[in-house]
Design a protein around this ligand. Sequence first.
Ligand code: OOB
Length: 543
Amino acid sequence: MVPLKQVWPSEFAERYRANGYWRGETFRQVLAARAQERGDAVAVVGGDQRWTYAELLTRAETAAAGFLALGLKPGDRVVVQLPNIPEFLAVVFGLFRARMIPVFALPAHRLTEIAHFARKAEAAAYVVTQSHEGFDYRDLADAVKAEVSHVRHAIIVGEAGPHVAFDSFVADASLLPEEDAASSDVALVQISGGSTGLSKLIPRTHDDYLYSIWASNAICGVTADSVYMASLPVAHNFPMSSPGVFGAIYAGARVVMCPAPDPQTAFPLIEREKVTITGLVPPLALLWLQAAPKTAHDLSSLEVLQVGGAKFMPEPARRVGPVLGCKLQQVFGMAEGLVNYTRLDDPDDIVTLTQGRSISPDDEVLILDDQGNPVPEGEPGNLLTRGPYTIRGYHDDPAANARSFTEDGFYRTGDVVRRLPGGYLEVMGRATDHINRAGEKVSAEEVEDHLLAHPQVFDAAVVSIPDKFLGERSCAFIIPEGEAPKPADIKAWMRGRDIAAFKIPDQIVFVDDFATTAVGKISRKELRAALRARLLEDQRERA
Ligand code: OOB
């Protein structure tokens, strides 16, 4: 197995420790400590379940024993694909307790993506729920096991069919490893938004991830009295750690698992559980702003609404306070590390016009032109970063690492930003070709690759176009091979590729060729830019 590690040069690691960011804690210790201090406090609520911290610890230990009893070993990687249910925490803290490493997939992912994560992580097991939003994950589990031979076990939360039932796990303290992980070990694996091709694996250590979590608690006002509701899919870095469900657990607060982010589902839960803080992507924030004036539910407990994952425009940003009666906090983060927040006591203009500033005094933020020179303050440039919770490399991917990291360890975010006084950043857009569809990151190359597999597609280029509701949507330009098929047929065929639905092009345009200049070969990046410009031009003409 390729070892999973994340290593900072020793002078950096020493500084991050000396400055008190890396505390030498592990996730196992965090839950054990909370269960000791606040055993009777409610840790998590979801469906008809309410577990105290003591109960969560017991359930995590039972899960750990169950994984070990199956023959899984400390160090094994386990793909976890669960929706917002309390069992998510039992599974994940169970894996931490057994010194196994969760690899987080989103509920929307399908066979193509899961098989890729499982292969790349050399996973030994896969944990899913029986079904969610009409999709039966047990069939997916069959397919993953058939396709990836080292995935030996599928563990199902719910009716297991031929697989292992999570409910069948029995407590057995004698199986649990005595020795804890080192805090510098990899605790978990996040998935990149994938700006080029397939998603990359992001190994995060106990030290670095926990730092981002407790420092986020301080910035976001999360304490033992908070009630954090996970509205977005909990496996995503934002609701997981910014400060998210892990922040809530770190603080000894209460987590509310919201099964779906729409106002009809979320508003009653806010009222019932007296939720104080939650996070949304911009399109959902628009829905909440629309629904709030008409709702009969009492939302007055809500103190902070975080919005991030994609750019939140100033106009709706200004409406959050008056309409929802809470503070807006903009969050600009990435699974690779760096997270920026507007602060709760920032003036309105900062909160509505910027995407915040970074967490740590030791976050190094560079804004460079295309030649690599710093741009003057206030001018847009490419954002690069390095710091105590930003990775130095993806797992087992030298080519991606050479592209995405500088020699001195800065991560090239691919975002174009400008820096305002006080270190606040305004996100202007992306330099690279991905589509930020309502916070879901879609790689143009990955979608093109699928399209090229279609027998009637000669060539394809996928671009983002602005969308009032989603922020961006995807448009595929296709040169057909022979007669052009119907766009609906292409979409239906894409659905058959077993990929997340958010990757299916929203719009398909057939063209005769891609030639834009007489110069001959042009880069796909330029090609996409030219096609995108043409599409926007057409739209303007029609308007
Ligand atoms: C979060 O993480 P990822 O890994 O899904 O996506 C990161 C990318 C950023 O590089 C940027 O392009 C975009 O998402 N993004 C934003 C944004 N927040 C993220 N673009 C504009 N404005 C924002 N507020 O999306 C993520 C991770 C942790 C916390 C929050 C978001």
